[in-house]
Ligand binder design. Structure first.
Ligand SMILES: OC[C@H]1O[C@](O)(CO)[C@@H](O)[C@@H]1O
Length: 517
């Protein structure tokens, strides 16, 4: 007889195994990650710095859409001077994606909550598709920017709904593995974009950038089609309809067992609370939800101030130093991309066994040590020309790889996983929108400020981000409870049992009890 460890309603684990149903729907949903990564990689290797790789470094592209930048680039050929890329129009091109994404993700919150995860994923896919078509066909800069706005709407919707979809679809004990697949897909998307750019840059006639932009249509189509055929998640189905029989059938199919009572009961309970909540954004600022709100903001913020994008950018300069020259940007994105995706893959395999906290700790310490060493070497070895010797460049590249692996199994994937699994149903959709918005804001701020930071702080920039890594590692150590294997519907309890959060959410419980008497 099968061992049924499930405890009915309110405690312990649910039944269910990893079914093909789950695997397939998650593969489809992961296309949302591929497109996000592809967007990051295609406009530029490192979040849109118009200097290395990416369409914004292709001369024909700049000549056509940003002639002023192109002229400056031709006049001043000193490679180290990145200021020449400074252009209002180019900045609007870059930022349009993030700003559109920021706004869209709040709309996505209502769509996801009221109409379900599928519709948000579908909207994201369709916006991507339209955006890639416009970008590929653009004949002026406005069309280009409009296309990028549509891509932004796409990421706003997809990043809001896909992580939730993945976490709800997954059986709790595989949730980490499945959700980490999102960051893995981001990594694959970025890598593929870099490879495609490398090829299209060489196309005679200077129209290769059109292929780069239009190819985003491939994962976008898979996502759109997938969303049409994907099943809704059981909790979303229960939230949006009162047909519990249908939800039960779906749950049975998804979990691959007929014994789903415990989970169904918890889902129905969670959804009836959620249905009484009309304004989730007002709700989430209540003291009762303080830990979730803090995590919704802190986690994506920390993910960006690890400094990952700056380090990845810096890797290219080092590949130049060791004499790779022209292909430096490609090689560096392939090396960091493969290591990043590889380590995220490892994290998929171990996150549900060792837990989130252990990975955060190991990754954090690993990133910190490599950052300190890189900063130290840079501070002591930087020559007159602002470069290090070849030998040290090799050493720094190795340290960068160690850093990237650290990010790849900790803050990279967990920055998406943890927020997607900690919210109660009534605040889940709002919480995830806040996470996406904070992520976009800081990705953008770091991208926009780091060149001048690099210029002023020099080696100090590694200590700056290293300092943040210390803060976030301590934050996780003291304030983030372990969430592995805990069903989402029972996640509330982890705060009630936490040394610090218990005082905050517990007090609220007391008040409710007193009022209730
Ligand atoms: O999760 C998103 C983050 O992960 C990266 O793709 C690196 O793997 C970053 O470029 C991005 O900011």
């Amino acid at each position: 007889m099968a061992v049924a460890l499930a405890v009915t309603g309110g405690g312990g684990q649910y039944n269910g195994r990893m079914t093909w149903f789950v695997v397939l729907s998650c593969m489809m949903a992961a296309m949302g990650g591929v497109i996000f990564g592809y967007d990051i990689g295609i406009s530029d290797s490192y979040n849109d710095y118009p200097c290395e790789g990416g369409v914004t470094s292709m001369e024909p592209f700049l000549k056509k859409f940003f002639p002023e930048v192109y002229r400056k680039m031709k006049v001043d050929t000193k490679i180290s001077n990145y200021c020449k890329f400074d252009s209002q129009l180019l900045t609007s091109f870059t930022s349009s994606l993030y700003i559109a994404g920021l706004v869209a993700t709040f709309f996505a919150s209502s769509v996801t909550k009221v109409f379900g995860r599928k519709l948000s994923i579908l909207t994201g896919g369709a916006a991507f598709l339209a955006g890639s078509a416009l970008g590929g066909a653009a004949f002026n800069v406005y069309m280009l920017i409009f296309g990028r706005i549509l891509l932004g709407i796409g990421v706003g919707f997809a990043n809001q709904s896909v992580p939730l979809y993945l976490s709800e679809m997954a059986p709790p004990r595989y949730r980490g593995a499945i959700n980490n697949g999102f960051q893995f897909s981001i990594g694959i998307g970025a890598l593929v974009a870099n490879l495609i750019n490398f090829g299209t840059e060489k196309i005679e006639g200077g129209w290769g950038w059109r292929i780069s932009l239009a190819m985003a249509g491939v994962p976008a189509s898979i996502l759109t089609l997938g969303a049409l055929f994907l099943p809704e998640t059981p909790s979303s189905l229960i939230q949006s309809s009162s047909d519990h029989d249908k939800a039960k059938q779906l749950l049975q199919r998804v979990r691959g067992t007929t014994d789903v009572e415990a989970e169904l009961e918890d889902l129905i309970k969670a959804s009836s609370i959620s249905k009484t909540i009309k304004h989730p954004f007002k709700k989430i600022i209540q003291r009762k939800y303080r830990p979730q709100l803090v995590m919704a903001i802190a986690i994506p913020f920390f993910q960006q101030v690890t400094g990952i994008n700056v380090i990845a950018f810096y890797a290219t300069l080092l590949f130049r130093t060791i004499g790779i020259g022209e292909s430096a940007s490609l090689l560096s994105s392939v090396v960091t991309g493969v290591i990043g995706a590889g380590s995220t893959f490892i994290s998929m395999l171990i996150v549900d066994k060792f837990g989130r906290r252990a990975l955060f700790m190991v990754g954090g310490i690993q990133m910190l040590i490599s950052q300190i060493l890189i900063g130290g070497i840079m501070a002591t070895q930087l020559g007159d020309h602002g470069t290090v010797s070849q030998g040290y460049a090799y050493l720094i590249i190795i340290l960068i790889c160690i850093y990237v692996a650290g990010f790849g199994w900790s803050w990279g994937p967990l920055g998406w996983l943890v927020p997607s699994e900690i919210y109660q149903l009534e605040i889940q959709s709002a919480g995830q929108s806040i996470t996406v918005a904070v992520s976009f804001i800081f990705t953008f701020i770091v991208a926009q400020t780091f060149l001048s930071m690099l210029c002023h702080l020099k080696a100090g920039i590694f200590f700056f981000f290293g300092g943040w890594v210390i803060v976030m590692t301590a934050f996780v150590y003291y304030l983030l409870p372990e969430t592995k294997n805990v069903p989402i519907e029972q996640m509330e309890n982890v705060w009630k049992e936490h040394w610090f959060w218990a005082g905050i959410v517990g007090e609220e419980d007391e008040k409710i009890k007193i009022q209730g008497v």
